[in-house]
Each structure stands twice: as structure tokens, then as C-alpha cells.
Design a binder for this molecule. Sequence first.
Ligand code: ZN
Length: 346
Amino acid sequence: MPFVFILICFFFASCAHQQMDIPTPVPPSDEDAPYVPEEPPEAGSEPSVPDAEPSETPLEKALRMVKRNELQKQWRAQKDDITVYTEFSIEGSEFTVVYDMIHASLQENGRFQVPFFIEALSTGESLVDSVDWLIQDDEAGLLLSFDDDYIEAWERTFDLFDRYSVRVTFFVQGRPLNFAKQALARGHDVGYHTIHHLNLPLVSKTVFMEEATSDIATFRDAGIPLRSFAYPYGLFSPWMHEELFHSFTILRGYGVTFHLYDAAGIKQGYVAAKAIDNILYKHDDEFHAIITLMLRVVKFTGTVLPLCTHNIAGIVDWGITPDRLEYLLKTAYELHLKFYCYKDFI
Ligand SMILES: [Zn+2]
């Protein structure tokens, strides 16, 4: 069955990619844990069934429902191996639909055709078809952030952000007050990333508090409210969240795994941002493919994707090339994705 073959190929290609080691600083250890879905499917849910037609089988009814493209989509991901699917039941028969987002094709009428594989779990019947997908304005979007102290590179990129009407969040390290003021004046957001970028789980609580909170008043007195915090290297101990929630509203982790959120999920206070640094994607083709897939999945599921990188320069491991950044902005623009700042969820 060709579609299954494509899925299997894609799976193995993804696995090969996932084996790439990341040098120190290491991603958070939880990123290596086995996948646990954040949004378990609602087994047995009974979506509205279109008007029945005589002698129509449950599979035929299910097929019509999928093609109306109104079913709630679920997602699961392990690093870059991303699957969008729907599970539902009709008249006691359970169905699984898997959408092939990477092979969705844009038609001349501006609509995507998204191939899908549907299987009736009770009978094993399955088939491949496609659903018509019209891109519309909605709340789906990206939460793009830049970490550390690459002030000059970020300032050079302000004009590019303006060209695409994009707002981002800079998680600054140290005390770059002038840059922070400028970023806020240009519509962006500023969060905090500690004084010295230490590995926080390895320092005393006194040092942790000093690193994370002692300069908040300095920023505040300069007119810069720091409301969000990014853990250096994405590393933290369980007790740190509670301490930081006295000073910050949203805490951000960092890793190689793809996580999608809705607004309520972000407002719970912790999000894990997906790294898109050059070191993870050696070739532009590879980067373009994963960005295309990720952004289509965000739009198709109506969710928000936190992304994170560092420098903006050509030959750096921990950063993104200007060309890659523009590819990301352009792809998001074409998909009518919004750009959010962390302060939008406070
Ligand atoms: Zn950092």
C-alpha cells in the first residue's frame, strides 16, 4: 500500500535524523524520555454525523465526515517525527485517520489537498483519499524566541521582522537595557535568561535566586517588565518553577521535541520550545522540509508552536542563518500564521 510505504520511509528518515547527537550544552533530559501524548484522543467521542444516506456503510459515512474537514485533529511527535491524526467512532465502529501533511499540495484555487489514510479498526478496512483544506485567518501561530546576548545580530534583524509584521521575544542574558528598550519600542517582547547563563540545577539555591531574580528591579526601573523566563540550556530542577512563579508568569524550556499548545496550555505557565538552531539541521533542504511540515501541522491543528534559536548569522551552530529565518517568516506568512509574544498570554 503506497501510502503506508511512504509513512514507513518517512518514519525511518526521521529516526535517522533523530540519532544526531547534540553537543554540550545538552538539551533537557526529559526530551529523551519515551513519548507520552499531551492530548490523548477522546476515545469513543461521537462527532456529528452528516445526514445518513440509504445503505451507506459506517466507513462511507466516516469518509464523508473526514472530507468535510471539521473533525478535531490530534497530534503526536517524537522530535521531528510528527503525526496528525483523528480518532472517532460512528455507530460503534472506531476509525483512525492519519493526515499526510508533508505531501499536501497547493492547488490553483489556493486550497491544499491533504492526503489521508483512514482505517476502520473493527474490520481492518482502509483506504486513501484527500481532503480539501482552505487556509483562513484563525488563532494558529508561532511563539518565536531568541536567547542569550546576540544583541547586534538581533538589532540587524529588526527590519526583516518589520517586513513580515513579525513580533518575537528576546530572552536576554545579563543587563542589556538599551537593547531591551529598543526591542519593546519596536513591538517585540523581552524575557529573562539569567545573569551568567549557569547550569541552574548545579548551583545553590542562593545562586539560583541571584541569577534569576536579582536584576528584575533594575529592568523594571528602566521601564522593562520581565514577565517570562527561559531556563539556560532548558535545564531545571522541579522546585524551580514554584520559586520563579513568584516573579515570572511564563517559564520556557528548550529542547528538540515538537510541542503544540493552545492558549490555555500556555497560560498554565510552562512551555517547551522547539529548537531550530543550525546545528540540528545541517542542510538547508532538511531545514526547509521540517519547517514546512511543522508550520502546516500548526495551521491544520489550529494550535501554537513555541520555537527557539539564538544568534542570527551564517556560520554558527547555535543560531539560524538569515536565509533560513526568512524562509520561516515567509512560510508562516503564506499559511496566515500569527506571530505571538510571550506577553500575549499573560
Ligand atoms: Zn541560552
